[in-house]
Write a protein that binds this ligand. Structure first.
Ligand code: FAD
Ligand code: NAG
Length: 513
């Protein structure tokens, strides 16, 4: 930070005013970068809620920390800026930092010590699960074949997987029972993939661009003190008062000439109008609100409205729901070395739609439970559930969720007297008004070009002033969308874009030698 300026930015009246909308990791990253620029701008981050971090949200719970949002650093190695920052801030342990850990190639699938239970209370042999995993993830890897082909045999990842599996089933030689079980296991992998992609169905995820998502090397790791320590550290590196909390922005007015009493004699191309009526004029505004929020509000959020191609990109890129349900137990009913309890519903198959009411079946979408490292004497499982069933779950009360999941656990353990969990805690990302879902994916009908389009600054036709509205956030990163590192990189990218403009301006008046 140039000279110790306090209240948001720098002393020169000629320096540009920049607004960042949203205090998630993309917004904080952009702010951090801008503050370290040689001629730091006047900077404010307007955050709708009372908390920074956005979809990085660590809460106190069960005598420890629970992650309501981001959980892992995906691909913690040198090429991952979240890993780099976490390491620099001293937030990672020796094992996470080790060369060995950084070199592990997971291909994106966590390899946990699991047990696999069925809805009739039996255990599935790990060999059978492994056989199905290698079939499923082999097919997932094969989707890369379609990366640069003009036409794919089917539009979606889901249809491709089902077509390939359908062909293989014909050659399965086991008895009917085992075949049914194999399909039920595969159905669980489909639901797991829905959680990873943040979608209701893999039929909604576009096949051709699927392989553009890039997996970095490194064995996925967590923050022992909570993911939010990362955003807290970034926040602490900003001058105080840069972040304005509880300031939901209602409308971004751009392409204008705004004059505000607080800035006599100055004219600004952009003005952020907040829900509470307050107004923040600026030369540049970096939008980092989630795609879910943009989908819902873009028609009133921008004035003048966005160009048609931008509106289309916002409409076409996918944004769905993945939620977590934490259950607290007095005593663990799982073995101490177990890391994941997979739940397989015997009557399900990816090749068959079992259309029935959400009320009676929502819990079958839940893929199973991650065993959290035990806090003191508390034992906690974390369930994952995606899609419409996940959104339905958000409408239920804690008691209803607890009751349904107790019944599920009694079934899969075969123990009708299994004590109910002591308490439940869960995320509700779809009903969260400033998020409206979990993260983005490339939906059928869209391509990576739509992500790049969304990331393009306005005005797009080269009219001045330039770079009035810039776009960052998870959904604007073509190869790392849906991750914290993608979000962080997108914030840095837009800060760099602005600094590039200023560098150019500073060079221009200088006489050439
Ligand atoms: C359940 C779940 C699990 C996840 N797991 C992982 C994981 O393991 N690893 C990983 O890398 N990623 C994970 N992610 C994704 C990761 O959390 C996000 O990609 C990333 O945090 C997004 O950062 P962002 O800055 O783009 O958006 P956000 O963090 O959503 O920040 C946007 C901010 O904008 C604010 N805002 C919205 N509207 C307005 C408005 N009108 N005015 C002012 N402010 C506004 C919001 O309140 C929010 O603070 C997970 C996400 C979820 C939901
Ligand atoms: C921006 O303003 C100029 C001049 O008033 C106008 O010609 C142009 O159409 C405006 N652009 C948009 C996107 O509204």
């Amino acid at each position: 930070m140039a000279s110790g300026s306090g209240g948001g930015g720098c002393e020169f009246s000629s320096s540009p005013r920049v607004l960042v909308i949203g205090g998630g990791i993309a917004g904080l990253g952009a702010a951090q970068r801008l503050c370290h620029y040689s001629a730091a701008p006047h900077l404010s981050v307007l955050e709708a809620t009372a908390r920074a971090g956005g979809r990085i949200h660590s809460r106190r719970g069960f005598g420890g920390v629970v992650e309501m949002g981001a959980h892992w650093i995906h691909g913690p190695s040198q090429g991952n800026p979240v890993f780099q920052l976490a390491a620099a801030f001293g937030l990672l342990g020796e094992k996470e930092l080790s060369e060995e850990n950084q070199r592990v190639e997971t291909g994106g699938h966590l390899d946990l010590r699991s047990i696999c239970c069925t809805s009739s209370g039996t255990r599935v042999s790990l060999e059978l699960v492994a056989e199905m995993a290698s079939l499923f993830y082999g097919l997932i890897d094969q989707t890369r074949e379609f990366l640069h082909v003009p036409e794919t045999p089917v539009p979606s990842v889901g249809e491709y997987l089902k077509k390939e599996i359908g062909q293989q089933v014909a050659h399965w030689t086991e008895d009917a029972e085992t075949k049914k079980l194999k399909l039920a296991i595969l159905n669980n992998f489909f639901n797991t993939e829905c959680c990873i992609s943040g979608t209701h169905s893999m039929d909604l995820v576009a096949l051709a661009p699927f392989g553009e998502y890039t997996v970095l090397p490194g064995l996925d790791c967590t923050f022992s003190g909570g993911y939010q320590e990362l955003t807290n550290h970034i926040m602490a590196s900003l001058p105080k008062d840069v972040i304005v909390f509880n300031k939901p922005v209602k409308t971004i007015h751009w392409n204008g000439s705004f004059q505000e009493a607080a800035f006599p004699g100055e004219t600004f191309p952009v003005l952020a109008e907040c829900d509470d009526g307050s107004r923040f004029p600026a030369h540049h505004v970096i939008i980092t609100v989630p795609l879910g929020f943009l989908k819902e509000h873009q028609d009133t959020f921008f004035e003048p409205p966005l160009p048609a191609e931008k509106v289309e990109a916002i409409r076409k890129i996918g944004f769905g729901t993945n939620n977590k349900v934490f259950l607290e137990f007095e005593e663990p009913f799982w073995e101490s070395d177990c890391q994941f309890i997979q739940v397989v519903w015997e009557d399900t198959s990816p090749l068959q739609d079992t259309a029935s009411g959400l009320q009676d079946t929502w819990f079958k979408k839940l893929i199973g439970f991650l065993v959290l490292p035990s806090f003191k004497s508390v034992h906690v499982l974390c369930g994952f559930i995606a899609g419409l069933e996940s959104e339905f779950m958000e409408t239920l009360s804690d008691e209803e969720v607890l009751l349904s999941l107790t019944q599920v656990l009694r079934r899969v353990t075969g123990n009708p007297r299994l004590p109910a969990p002591k308490s439940v805690l869960r995320s509700c990302w779809h009903s969260s008004p400033y998020t409206r879902g979990s993260y983005s994916y490339v939906a059928v009908g869209s391509t990576g070009d739509d992500i790049d389009l969304l990331a393009q600054p306005l005005p797009s036709d080269g009219t001045s002033p330039q770079l009035q509205v810039l776009f960052a956030g998870e959904a604007t990163h073509r190869t790392f969308y849906s991750t914290t590192h993608g979000a962080l990189l997108s914030g840095w990218r837009e800060a760099d874009r602005l600094m590039g403009l200023w560098d150019l301006k500073m060079q221009q008046p200088r006489p050439r030698l």
